[in-house]
Design a protein around this ligand. Structure first.
Ligand code: DLL
Length: 429
């Protein structure tokens, strides 16, 4: 463990620490042009900050976009040491600012995450997250250095060369998206790489939703222990939460820096432990861009039981999906991850898949699944069996097309699982 004094802090001490850090956050908030409008916090709010937090408004992605580029920054310009930005595929990007102290905290939490996966000082990390404005590459990089690892900054792309580096440089750890881990395995098969000759032992995978079924495939094909790492640029980047290799079940949220809540996405009221809702995060130590009750859009539940790894920080489930990624096909609601779980229960299917949404002549939406068969003899009945299982388990009628191996596009970063070919809705009058 990298920082046991923080990661295993007794719960009562952690509660007190959160209260103190929240109080400090409340005092600093008016320095942010956006939060200035809230006015100063009252004495009662400063007195019981955790209780007060639950009554404060949420902060949303739309507000961050409106504040583009620097409307949320709470420190003088010369104290901002780095900027990152979200990809902005759904509109303007959101800019995220860091002070020296923010970068140090980020490196610490990523170092904790790497250690939770099995990394040790002196190990090598092959870091295949993209470098640049995306937080994956630099986030893992500085965390690995902080832990005392040797970093191989492979970034995305050039997959064959990456396989050669994995063979020659002897890294114990791999960090990338789950879909890129599979891509590496696929190219290793093409190149005839014997996995027992590789030194890889663990993989730190995240930045996109993935399932237990996908984990089994990756662990089998790369001979690694794979753990799930979660984060988002707005809060810090990777390192908000991590699974421990002891349980590989639930992600510890580093609660000394990020205060989690899970709320009903419609009403905003708190969910009971175990109930799935939207993850809402408050930054407890961020200087450059503090955020209060930020709605992540990610659906998770809180795991109540203590963990045998000894960390006291609460665990959240894997991300089940995003509030805005739920597919509604002819009245049936489904998350793409549920489709992945069923597809990968067929050993004859490869872990490459997409859902294609289109609009039929009758104006209703239709969804079809494209998935690849594993190399081997063609099974003409397979598509029918897959469609029947999806219908039986999800109550959803989907067209299923089983494609030959190597047909679907491969992602170098985050996989695109849902392709929306529906015509844009007519603008409101
Ligand atoms: O994806 C940060 C990151 C980099 C996390 C490397 C992990 C590893 P963004 O590009 O801002 O930041 O995207 C954040 O990605 O709100 C989730 O919807 C999704 N996401 C991130 N990690 C996971 C995960 C990075 N482990 C958005 N499982 C988040 C499921 C994830 N979804």
């Amino acid at each position: 463990m990298f920082q046991p004094e923080w990661e295993c802090m007794p719960r009562a001490d952690l509660d007190r620490l959160q209260d103190n850090r929240l109080r400090h956050l409340f005092e600093r908030l008016p320095a942010s042009p956006f939060y200035q409008a809230w006015g100063p916090m009252s004495a009662a709010q400063l007195d019981s900050p955790r209780a007060a937090l639950a009554d404060l408004p949420f902060t949303t992605k739309a507000q961050l976009r409106d504040a583009y580029p620097f409307g949320m920054v709470a420190v003088p310009r010369e104290e901002v040491r780095r900027l990152h930005a979200s990809s902005g595929t759904r509109g303007k990007p959101t800019v995220v600012a860091y002070t020296d102290q923010d970068l140090a905290v980020w490196a610490d939490v990523v170092a904790r995450a790497l250690a939770a996966a099995g990394a040790e000082p002196g190990h090598r990390l092959h870091n295949a997250y993209g470098y640049g404005l995306f937080t994956g590459g630099l986030g893992l990089h500085q965390g690995a250095e902080r832990l005392g690892m040797t970093v191989i900054p492979a970034s995305g792309g050039a997959t064959r060369r990456q396989v050669t580096l994995l063979q020659d440089l002897g890294p114990e750890g791999l960090s990338c998206t789950p879909s890129f881990a599979l891509r590496l395995a696929e190219i290793m098969d093409e190149m005839g790489v014997d996995r027992s000759q590789l030194s890889l032992r663990y993989a730190i995978l995240g930045a996109e939703p993935w399932t237990e079924a996908m984990r089994s495939r990756i662990e089998e094909r790369l001979h690694v222990t794979a753990v799930d790492i979660y984060g988002l640029s707005e809060i810090v980047g990777p390192g908000v939460a991590i699974e421990c290799r002891e349980e590989q079940h639930g992600l510890h949220v580093f609660e000394d820096h990020f205060y989690p809540e899970v709320v009903d996405p419609a009403s905003g009221s708190p969910c009971a432990p175990g109930e799935v809702g939207e993850l809402v995060l408050t930054t407890l130590s961020k200087e450059a861009m503090p955020l209060v009750r930020y709605r992540t859009g990610d659906l998770v539940s809180v795991i109540g039981e203590p963990c045998r790894c000894g960390r006291t920080h609460r665990r959240m489930s894997r991300v089940r999906g995003r509030v805005d990624d739920m597919l509604i096909v002819r009245g049936v609601n489904v998350f793409p991850s549920e489709i992945e779980r069923i597809l990968l229960s067929f050993q004859s299917l490869a872990p490459e898949w997409q859902v294609v949404l289109s609009r039929a002549a009758d104006g209703l939406d239709v969804a079809a699944v494209r998935v690849e068969q594993q190399p081997g003899p063609v099974d003409a009945q397979l598509a029918g069996r897959v469609a029947a299982r999806i219908r039986a388990e999800l109550g959803l009628t989907l067209g299923v097309v089983v494609e030959p191996p190597g047909t679907l596009p491969r992602a170098e970063g985050k996989a695109v699982r849902v392709v929306d070919q529906r015509p844009p809705s007519p603008a409101a009058p």
